[in-house]
Ligand binder design. Structure first.
Ligand code: SF4
Length: 417
């Protein structure tokens, strides 16, 4: 669910040129103007990759590699910790495993990551990663550091079948779903880059750089539910990466029949790409509304199994000038969601080239937010992040395609220009 367009860079007076920095650069690293490819590839050899496997997959793989049945539970637990708690990629570093067993593992498995193609760092610290997965497909991952948290926006599909009219990503056809391993790999790759794996013997730092995951990148996560669920179970596992379910948010455009599963099978927070208060407008902005309209969506949200005052649903609402931003819209929104513990995230629209909408004026957004706030709902206006590197959701497709075109030149676009 790619639901977070950002306000225009010009409002902040920032340079719109993409910037990159070398791998391992600290968060405060000065940005540079050079776009280049970071040479870091998947391990060769075609062996199964332990990184990204679920517990059941790892257990089956270890058995198939010759681990005795009587040991496989213990071995799975040990490997799990090395791969997901310590972030180790070298079998020789697994010091509680006998040397001959390490050799067996090294002969049968790799511990890899998705291929990192480029990393860009915004002036505000936001990091955008272009990641290549099997088949040569590419997705983008965005890390947003804040004072009290660090949020990673991961992708669940290459492209999207939905065609939300405010979303640039939605114009990219669905290529394929990501596997669970490819979704977990995004988290692991960014932990590598942030240097966040624990160091044996060092005091544990409870302040995490990557503390939250939002499924708001490319794609509709409820159209790839099993892979998303399995990936989040790996990420939540207490003996590995160990992110609390409360720190994971799944954002959907409104795939009504699948919504309850997010609570029962993952247990995560839910965000909904709502964006309109009438079916006529939502049919255009979020066309899945023609299949499951506002009434059907709200009924599913009222029934969301984990709904409570401490686990509110987030309503994402992009502010489009003259389309969905009137006082009457705000009042209607409040009436619609009455009784649902909720927070409304107001998202100033980011205008992309050819976009059919404009961003609502600042005072209109403020008036809209005020009506919602006075009705008793939190109504934060999303702060722009990473605008200088096109890291905002809704821009991911354009950035990916631009990078691909640049790499293809001069045989491709440049030759034809
Ligand atoms: S088109 Fe797809 S990626 Fe974009 S907002 Fe809609 S569901 Fe999300």
């Amino acid at each position: 669910m790619n639901a977070a367009p950002d306000p225009a860079a010009s409002a902040q007076g920032v340079d719109a040129a993409p910037v990159t920095a070398p791998l391992g650069a600290p968060l405060s690293a000065p940005v540079t103007q050079d776009v280049h490819t970071i040479p870091r590839r998947l391990p060769e050899g075609g062996r199964p990759d332990l990184a990204g496997m679920t517990r059941d997959e790892m257990r089956a793989a270890l058995l198939a590699a010759g681990t005795p049945e009587a040991q496989v539970k213990m071995r799975t637990g040990q490997l799990w910790q090395w791969v997901y708690h310590w972030g180790v990629r070298d079998f020789d570093a697994m010091t509680n495993l006998a040397r001959d067993y390490r050799a067996l593992l090294a002969a049968h498995f790799d511990i890899g990551r998705p291929e990192l193609v480029t990393r860009q760092i915004s002036a505000d610290g936001t990091r955008k990663y272009l990641v290549r997965i099997a088949g040569g497909h590419e997705v983008e991952v965005v890390y947003i550091p804040e004072e009290d948290r660090g949020t990673l926006c991961v992708s669940s599909q290459v492209g999207c079948t939905l065609t939300c009219s405010f979303c640039h990503t939605g114009t990219q056809k669905l290529v394929r779903n990501l596997t669970a391993a490819e979704i977990v790999g995004q988290v692991m790759l960014v932990r590598d880059d942030l240097g966040e794996w624990p160091v044996p013997g060092a005091p544990r730092d409870e302040t995490r750089l990557l503390s939250n995951v939002v499924l708001m990148g490319m794609g509709e996560p409820l159209y790839n539910f099993e892979a998303v669920r399995d990936a989040m179970r790996v990420v939540m596992d207490g003996e590995g990466i160990a992110l609390s379910r409360r720190r994971i948010t799944l954002s959907t455009s409104g795939v009504v029949p699948e919504i309850a599963r997010a609570a029962t099978e993952i247990g995560c927070h839910l965000a909904v790409s709502f964006h309109a208060t009438t079916d006529a407008v939502r049919d255009v902005l979020v066309p899945i509304n023609r299949k499951w309209n506002i009434a059907a969506l709200l009924a599913a949200l009222r029934d969301y199994p984990r709904l409570s005052n401490s686990e509110r649903i987030t309503f994402e609402y992009v502010m489009l000038d003259g389309v969905n931003d009137s006082d009457e819209d705000a009042r209607r929104l409040v009436r619609l969601i009455r009784g649902i513990p909720a927070k409304i995230n107001l998202i100033p629209f980011n205008e992309w080239p050819g976009a059919p909408y404009r961003r609502s004026p600042r005072d209109r957004i403020a008036a809209f937010a005020d009506i919602i706030y006075k009705a008793g709902y939190a109504s934060p206006v999303r702060t722009p992040r990473g605008e200088d590197i096109m890291a905002a959701c809704g821009q991911l497709k354009s950035a990916t395609e631009r990078a691909r075109r640049a790499r293809a030149a001069p045989q491709g676009d440049a030759a034809g220009a």
